[in-house]
Design a protein around this ligand. Structure first.
Ligand code: ADP
Length: 546
């Protein structure tokens, strides 16, 4: 027997409908690419998104067509997303931090028909245009006053383009499993792979993200997604905030400490989210100016491990709750968030900081397991490491066009490529990427733990640990360090600082000081490149072993 409930497909554009009916006046504030602050609201965003849909429809864009966006977080980008979604077309967020060759590769792979771009990226697109045959039109997200001369095919200023539509248009309806958005992984090895979200997976993910034990998002919040809409589906926030009727502050292209602080303070942001690099810049700014964060209540930190010192600064010094989160493009992207279950609610001081180092527990909709290399499940004892595998309503089941082949195990779990522990209460902690883990004497050493410890040294700006070949132990850890500007320390200073805080056999065999550590397009440490730089490095412990 089937249930007798109405068939109400979970379609993303219903989110903006809801926001426009129940939270019409809620502000959406953006730092525009042209410079000034721009203010609008959900009622207006919906009206203009309808024009986007109507205009795309007139240009012949149909259900299932891909429309690329190459843009920062702004009200216009948001209108584009909802306009594309409401037509049943697919928003393809192109990450401008990819290399130009990768950008043209993914646009061709996705066969995007329209490109909606910020002014910032015109030079890049102009240099690539010959290689982008599928793009029929370039819509530049600006008005005619700021529209530069360009030879891009059928280029038009966004404001002129939507002015040709009156918004008298009805959203399309279709199956909730229809593709909604597309985002390519950054492809540190091989070509990027396309992840295709559905309307259903996006709607469910946005609900999940709002849970009190997730981002705890409500209509009383002022949300600033610093994480870009082009990175991992904006961690869901472009859908979650309007779903809950929270006000939005969109930072545009300026993510330096002073610019972020200005928005946090002027618009009384209560909740924000970004990768640790952004927060490092903000904390440095706060420290150098003596500023405080009187309005900010919560900060979600993810994308790479949140250093302990960062959690401590936010929590103890600025009174801001840190929610350490883990996820990946393939998971829409939220996988787990570190909020306190009753079992841990009374933790204080170091014990609490230790817990907040973990990436947290999965919300409803995400299942996890850890296994050995043969797929055997490992215990949840908080110590045993294994490959982290996930299954759920917003987890990918295959890549676009079947790239990468069959990616699920026989129980339907996806291997995240991360190595993690799980504790008895279901708290997950990433110890490494599977390919970065250091194998010493048949045991695994977590590079992330050592890195976190090293960046706790007051003079260290950034740290990375890689495995170096060793005749006796197979691999031993080398700690690579970038010092803070003007600071100096000896190898011994660093190792003395770390001694006693991790197992003795995890201690790095050597420390190398460098001016810069290579990063991926999304700001993560590029271990592969670092291993390449140090491929002929000989550890001082090598000779002794030979
Ligand atoms: P990109 O490489 O484009 O940034 P993703 O955002 O999908 O792509 O990267 C996901 C990966 O980032 C995860 O598999 C994990 O290795 C890493 N990651 C994300 N959040 C965390 C975290 N809180 N701690 C440690 N690693 C993280």
């Amino acid at each position: 027997m089937l249930g007798l409930m109405q068939d109400w497909p979970l379609l993303c554009h219903r989110i903006i409908d809801h926001a426009a009916i129940h939270h019409a006046e809620r502000p959406v504030i953006s730092r525009s690419i042209e410079g000034p602050i721009h203010k609008t609201n959900y009622g207006q965003i919906r009206k203009r998104a309808l024009r986007v849909a109507q205009r795309l429809d007139r240009d012949g864009i149909k259900l299932g067509d891909r429309v690329a966006t190459l843009a920062w977080n702004s009200w216009r980008h948001l209108e584009c997303w909802y306009g594309i979604l409401g037509l049943g077309a697919i928003y393809h967020t192109v990450n401008p931090r990819l290399f130009p060759d990768q950008i043209s590769w993914i646009i061709n792979h996705a066969e995007d028909r329209v490109m909606m771009t910020d002014l910032t990226f015109l030079p890049c697109l102009e240099s690539l245009a010959d290689k982008l045959p599928s793009i029929e039109r370039y819509v530049v997200l600006t008005d005619s006053a700021h529209m530069p001369a360009t030879k891009l095919k059928n280029a038009v200023a966004y404001e002129d383009w939507i002015a040709e539509a009156d918004g008298d248009f009805a959203w399309k309806t279709f199956d909730e499993n229809t593709a909604a958005g597309m985002c390519y992984t950054s492809g540190t090895t091989g070509n990027p792979k396309g992840v295709v979200y559905s309307h259903r997976s996006n709607v469910l993910h946005s609900m999940t993200a709002s849970f009190a034990d997730a981002m705890d998002c409500s209509s009383r919040d002022v949300v600033m997604p610093v994480v870009p809409m082009f990175h991992a589906n904006c961690w869901g926030l472009a859908l979650t905030a309007p779903m809950q009727g929270a006000a939005l502050v969109m930072p545009g292209c300026k993510m330096d400490g002073a610019s972020i602080y200005e928005l946090l303070n002027d618009y009384r942001v209560t909740f924000t989210a970004a990768v640790p690099t952004v927060w490092l810049m903000l904390l440095q700014y706060l420290e150098s100016t003596g500023s405080k964060l009187p309005y900010l209540e919560r900060v979600v930190i993810g994308g790479s491990a949140c250093p302990r010192a960062m959690t401590q600064k936010f929590e103890d010094h600025y009174g801001v709750r840190v929610i350490h989160a883990w996820g990946m493009t393939e998971m829409s992207p939220l996988g787990s968030l570190c909020t306190l279950k009753p079992e841990y609610a009374d933790l204080q001081g170091d014990a609490k900081l230790d817990l907040l180092q973990k990436q947290g527990h999965p919300p409803f909709g995400v299942e996890m397991k850890i296994t050995d290399d043969n797929g055997k499940e490992l215990p949840w004892d908080g110590k045993t490491f294994g490959r982290l595998k996930v299954r759920g309503a917003s987890v990918t089941k295959s890549y676009y066009k079947g790239d990468g082949g069959d990616i699920l195990d026989d129980q339907g779990f996806f291997d995240t490529g991360d190595v993690a522990t799980m504790d008895r209460y279901g708290y997950m902690q990433i110890t490494d990427r599977a390919k970065d883990v250091i194998k010493s004497g048949g045991e695994w050493i977590s590079s992330i733990d050592i890195e976190n410890l090293a960046v706790g040294h007051p003079k260290v700006a950034e740290a990375a640990v890689i495995g170096i070949r060793h005749p006796k132990w197979d691999e031993r850890p080398l700690l690579v360090i970038v010092m803070k500007k003007g600071e100096k320390a000896s190898k011994k200073d660093i190792l003395d600082f770390m001694a006693g805080k991790i197992a003795k056999w995890w201690m790095p065999d050597d420390v190398a000081f460098v001016d810069e550590i290579p990063h991926t397009a999304t700001g993560k440490i590029q271990k592969m490149a670092l291993r390449d730089i140090f491929k002929d490095y000989v550890l001082p412990t090598t000779e002794a072993a030979e």
